[in-house]
Design a protein around this ligand. Sequence first.
Ligand SMILES: [Zn+2]
Ligand SMILES: [Zn+2]
Length: 212
Amino acid sequence: MTTVQTFTFNPFQENTYVLYDETGEAVIIDPGCVEKDEYEELYGFIEKNGLKPVAIINTHAHIDHVLGVAAVKRKYNIPFALHQIDEPYLRAVKTYASNYGFYQFDEPEIDRYLTEGEIVKFGTTELEVIFVPGHAPGHVAFVSHADHFVIGGDVLFYMSIGRSDLPGGNHEILINSIRTKMFTLPDDYKVYAGHMHATTIGFEKKNNPFFK
Ligand SMILES: [Zn+2]
Ligand SMILES: [Zn+2]
């Protein structure tokens, strides 16, 4: 069984996730840590639970989701994976980071590209990569069919959806991604979003104001 641990980091209140199972192997999704105490919280949790991180996988490359990638990658000497379409958006972070008060963005290298339909494996866990563009053009989400959850990034939120006014964003594409890729998952699947608390596919199909 895969356990999902949520951390909320940086001024954007971004959710960073550590997924791990009984083998102790773990992946870190969207490490947004930037302050010393945030790194300590993440590293402390990993140490206390005896986890072995094996990869960083990202839903997309907006600044709030990548602030900690380079440091976490160095700390554990693990690969970083992102969808290729979001690579230019990762490279663009250094051009706008200072607008948000981050004057020295630590830019990570990408070790491999995530592709739609691939299965990310660690321990006994399998996560299906689904392609859900619209908030970011290379946005993906990670689905556990065994444990009925999706790490959805900034696509679908509790009673809301991701912004589409950022570079590369597109509202119609986002709506279509949610309709065809998220709402086709079973209703009981829990959605761990990039911001705010978790929800479920069934609840959002019924109550999300963007799909009335
Ligand atoms: Zn975003
Ligand atoms: Zn975000």
